[in-house]
Design a protein around this ligand. Structure first.
Ligand code: NDP
Length: 477
């Protein structure tokens, strides 16, 4: 019998996704550019389900029932275009091409248009959860037409993670919507990890705790509001020793790499004019860590002995303050991320259900957390929320933690510990809540040097002051 679905690209993600699909009883045809990968996979896992191994894309296309659904799971970028170009002439009108890779959403928009011209459906499918998720239940964000989702939905919903009986899979919107939210999801992941890293740094450098003890603190935090996959993982990593006997975290070079989704998120936010300071600082912090030459040069000139910069804290109090700062900053990072998704949806005409997103991020993906239930509830109460920050649950949490948050940022500054994400989140919060911002001065300056005009607090309209005629205030001699 023909296969229900086809998949090409059997590296880590594709292979696991194909196995997941097969294990859920769907007949699947599989292909990989280098045939060996396909044969090796079937040798090892062929018994897990109904697989048809295909040695060419022609074979793959022939093996799948019409209208066909074919998932592409290859390296994002040019490789995806190459596969699409090869695939398109082989397909028939009404077939569905699904890109499950980490595509930039603008590439997805472009590909969707091209394929539509060929009478084909194109789906951009964001898959989160890494290789483990792909095999055992990822979080899936689908962008595509209703028609395409009708056919694809039952298969992808069946392989997604499940939380409280709800599959972590949604038809987010048309064309680029799925890859757009996957991108922001990854950006939030950057912010989450940076906040965790800053917490660890403070507990170690200021509170003087050793990695194992900090791991215990994280394990304890994982029992409360902060309960999440990343906090749990942090506890595991910090309590893990390298074969050399040292804490694992101490043998890893302190240079964080990135594949680009954080950068994309920040670039998109700049285009949309959304201040996602947490994600941006997290992305820049990774860049800074990689600038080893500059770091060495600065260390030589500016390093101080640890004693010189020692700040005294009450250990237990400080640990608790860091927890509060972490939670408040996390609320800000998510508020900013959801803000970006709302603005992106507006810009591209996507009707994205933000509460549903929080729902499908509760399982399968890297940022899964108890916290997302609170976000889901906030959007259920008020779908057109201005900002998550002011919803009752989060507002209370921030109010409760704000003193500790300030204390931690001040202590970090005094102790010379960099906390770009904590610090910028606090500034964002203060910026939003402030009665008057110094933006008034910026606008006045803009009017002065560039005649950019200004609006007044006491009258409607647009104004420009003739600065030369009015003259500068006379200087007293
Ligand atoms: P890679 O990104 O490492 O890509 C390798 C696969 O792409 C192989 O199957 C390879 O075929 C194929 N490929 C590369 N170039 C071409 C080409 N020109 N023509 C045809 N096939 C080509 O694989 P991953 O499994 O890590 O990721 C797959 C996709 O999933 C990527 O888009 C990635 O960004 C995304 N993703 C990855 C996650 C992860 O945790 N790794 C998480 C979420 C998404 P061959 O064997 O012949 O070399």
């Amino acid at each position: 019998a023909p296969a229900t679905i086809g998949l090409t690209g059997l590296a880590t993600m594709g292979r696991n996704l194909a196995r997941n699909i097969a294990r859920h009883g769907h007949a699947i045809a599989v292909h990989n550019r280098t045939t060996e990968r396909m044969t090796a996979m079937l040798e090892e896992f062929g018994e897990e389900g109904d697989f048809t191994g295909c040695e060419s894309l022609e074979e793959l296309v022939q093996a799948v029932e019409r209208p066909r659904a074919i998932i592409i799971m290859v390296k994002a970028g040019e490789a995806t275009d190459a596969v699409i170009d090869e695939l398109v002439p082989l397909l028939d009108e009404g077939d569905i091409v699904v890109d499950g890779g980490n595509a930039h959403f603008t590439d997805t928009l472009r590909r969707q248009q091209t394929l539509e011209e060929h009478g084909l459906h194109f789906v951009g499918m964001g898959v989160s959860g890494g290789e483990e998720g792909a095999l055992n239940g990822p979080s899936i964000m689908v962008g595509g037409s209703d028609h395409a989702y009708e056919q694809l939905g039952p298969v992808v919903e069946s392989i997604a993670a499940v939380v409280d009986g709800t599959p972590c899979c949604a038809h987010v919107g048309p064309d680029g919507a799925g890859h757009f939210v996957k991108m922001v999801h990854n950006g939030i992941e950057y912010a989450d990890m940076q906040l965790i890293a800053e917490s660890y740094d403070l507990l170690r450098s200021v509170a003087g705790l050793e990695p194992h003890a900090i791991g215990d603190v994280f394990a304890q935090w994982n029992e409360g509001d902060l309960e999440s996959f990343l906090i749990e993982l942090t506890a595991d990593v910090l309590r893990f020793d390298d074969a050399s006997g040292q804490p694992f975290v101490d043998v890893v070079r302190d240079e964080a790499e990135q594949k680009g989704t954080g950068r994309w998120t920040v670039q998109s936010a700049l285009d949309l004019g959304v201040p996602i300071t947490g994600i941006a600082e997290a992305t820049f912090a990774r860049s800074l860590s990689g600038h080893t030459d500059q770091r060495e040069a600065a260390r030589k000139v500016f390093s101080t002995s640890p004693d010189e910069q020692r700040v005294e804290v009450d250990r237990d109090t400080f640990v608790d303050q860091v927890r509060a700062a972490l939670y408040a900053s996390k609320v800000v990072a998510y508020a900013q991320g959801f803000d970006q998704i709302a603005k992106g949806a507006e810009e591209h005409g996507w009707d994205i259900d933000l509460g549903e997103l929080a729902t499908i991020w509760r399982g399968g993906c890297i940022i899964r957390a108890q916290f997302l239930d609170r976000i889901r509830e906030a959007y259920a109460d008020e779908p057109d929320l201005t900002t998550l920050l002011t919803t009752p649950y989060f507002a209370d949490a921030v109010k409760e933690g704000v003193d500790a948050w300030r204390e931690v940022v001040a202590t970090a500054a005094a102790g010379g510990v960099p906390v770009p994400a904590f610090g910028s989140s606090l500034s964002y919060f203060d910026g939003l809540r402030r009665e008057r911002l110094p933006a008034a001065l910026i606008q006045a300056l803009r009017d002065n040097f560039g005649a950019h005009t200004y609006r007044r607090v006491d009258r409607d309209g647009t104004f420009h002051t003739q600065w030369a005629a009015e003259g500068r205030p006379e200087q007293e001699m």
